[in-house]
Design a protein around this ligand. Structure first.
Ligand code: SDX
Length: 444
């Protein structure tokens, strides 16, 4: 008879669901009670299950960690079935409607919405850390003219750790907060420098009179004018995009930050690991892959043929599907609300948008996709917005990395405070040869 789930109050008034499994090893007939807590069983509790004393014991095997929790976290909550995303319990819809990116960054990192005094201090600190050491410009100039901006960002953030060696003092929480401010403040500067380098344009220094998004637009696009004046509609749309991209629990890049961070380097190095994790087309690079996919489709007439290609495995519908969302990604819905207003602000029409909307409609009318619970994710429409902002395709993933820095730092800080923090060192199932003798080259 399975144990009924009990709910117990721990000392802090937290309720945790507990229970147990009783498993029988049919190889030996032995039974074991495995504790259930918060909907999980501890992998180490299976090591006791052996066939004899020499047996190492059972491990769990979970490539891609599809069903493995590697931490406990209170930062963001996703209900993939219902298409729910909350930051510190507040819905993404409310935050996109009422908040700002820097206020959301504070919420993610410090766990509560800031008072006015806290917000004023936070904005002041971020604004006054946007400059980077002049040597970074020399560093940037060393890249090829056509260097991928994501590669430049990855290298530059890693290099930041050499400019702030005090950040290696992991036991000093003051250094955590200084590094957090420096990273959130300097990511737009580094991203803009990478963009300007790719165009052979002079770097634009931060303008402390502008908002976070406005300053980023200025560093990207300011030319000969005395002062860059961002269009408020574009500024707001970018700030909302930053809110939507700020945090998303244990995705590939955040898991990379925690994995690198578990060896206790400085946080700049851990975030550089996150940038590396975000780079690929299955994760942060998907927004680039979506635009290239829509360009390849070329017109709405070609959509059905493309979808047939997806079904027979020759294509992948980029911007669709998600490890957690088995419903519509709520962020994709919010982005769509801003697209029409943004295109009006830029006075542009984007033919890729028409193809994207028709492609979404056809896919969601097709059982192949709905049976696999493949719906648009955050990357499906974000590229269309970046295109409308005249941001080049190879900058799209950089546009993802900038706001995700606050989520990475929130997760890193939570991990450094976690009593179960330990170095990440997964096991393997060894499938190779054993006890092979060395053969001299003349006998091979
Ligand atoms: C992000 O994790 C996060 O939170 C990430 C993110 C964040 O904010 O950090 O939300 C940001 O990375 C969004 C995802 C962006 N990536 C893409 O849009 C790339 C396209 N999507 C996929 O490659 C895929 O959906 C993943 C990688 C996102 C998720 O893959 P899973 O969970 O490993 O699912 P799966 O590959 O096992 O797919 C299940 C089935 C398979 O079919 P069968 O082999 O069972 O027949 O669905 C198929 C897959 O082949 N499938 C797709 C598909 N995605 C999955 N088929 C066609 N097109 C797709 N896009």
């Amino acid at each position: 008879m399975a144990d009924k789930t009990q709910v117990t109050e721990d000392g802090k008034g937290q309720t945790t669901e507990v229970g147990s499994l009783t498993v029988t090893d049919n190889r030996t007939g032995s039974s074991y009670d495995i504790k259930i807590k918060e909907g999980t069983v501890r992998a180490m509790d299976f090591r006791q299950i052996k066939v004899d004393e020499d047996d190492f014991g059972l491990m769990t095997y979970d490539p891609g960690f599809s069903n493995t929790a590697h931490c406990r976290s209170a930062i963001s909550y996703i209900d993939g079935e219902q298409g729910v995303l909350e930051y510190r319990g507040i819905s993404i819809e409310q935050l996109a409607e009422h908040s700002s990116y820097l206020e959301v960054a504070f919420l993610l990192i410090y766990g509560h919405l800031p008072t006015q005094a806290e917000l004023d201090s936070w904005l002041y600190q971020i604004t006054h850390h946007t400059f980077v050491h002049e040597n970074i410009k020399e560093f940037m100039n060393g890249f090829r003219h056509d260097a991928n901006p994501m590669g430049m960002l990855l290298a530059s953030v890693g290099a930041l750790s050499t400019f702030y060696p005090e950040a290696m003092d992991i036991d000093d929480e003051y250094q955590w907060h200084v590094a957090t401010i420096r990273l959130i403040a300097k990511m737009p500067t580094l991203a803009a420098f990478a963009y300007r380098h790719s165009l052979g344009l002079p770097y634009v220094y931060p303008d402390n009179e502008l908002s976070y998004a406005g300053n980023f637009l200025s560093m990207l696009f300011k030319m000969a004018e005395h002062k860059y004046e961002p269009d408020p509609r574009i500024e707001r749309a970018l700030d909302v995009l930053f809110i939507l991209h700020a945090e998303h629990e244990q995705n590939c890049s955040t898991a990379a930050v925690r994995t690198v961070g578990s060896a206790l380097p400085d946080p700049f190095t851990a975030v550089a690991g996150g940038i590396a994790g975000l780079y690929g087309p299955l994760h942060g690079g998907a927004n680039i892959a979506v635009v290239k996919m829509l360009q390849r489709i070329g017109s709405t007439e070609n959509i059905l043929d493309f979808l047939e290609g997806v079904k027979n495995g020759n294509e992948r519908l980029m911007g669709f599907g998600h490890r957690v969302y088995k419903n519509y990604d709520p962020r994709a819905k919010i982005i769509q609300k801003h697209i029409d207003e943004l295109l009006e602000a830029t006075g542009k029409q984007n033919p890729l948008l028409d193809i994207g909307r028709e492609l979404e409609k056809r896919a969601l009318d097709d059982e192949y996709f709905t049976d696999r619970r493949l719906y648009p994710n955050v990357d499906f429409y974000s590229g269309v917005i970046y295109e409308a902002l005249d941001i080049p395709t190879d900058m799209f993933t950089v546009m993802f990395a900038v706001p995700r820095t606050s989520g990475w730092m929130a997760q890193w800080m939570e991990w450094m405070n976690d009593p179960e923090l330990k170095i990440a060192r997964p096991r393997q199932v060894y499938t190779g040869a054993r006890d092979v003798d060395y053969v001299p080259v003349e006998k091979r």
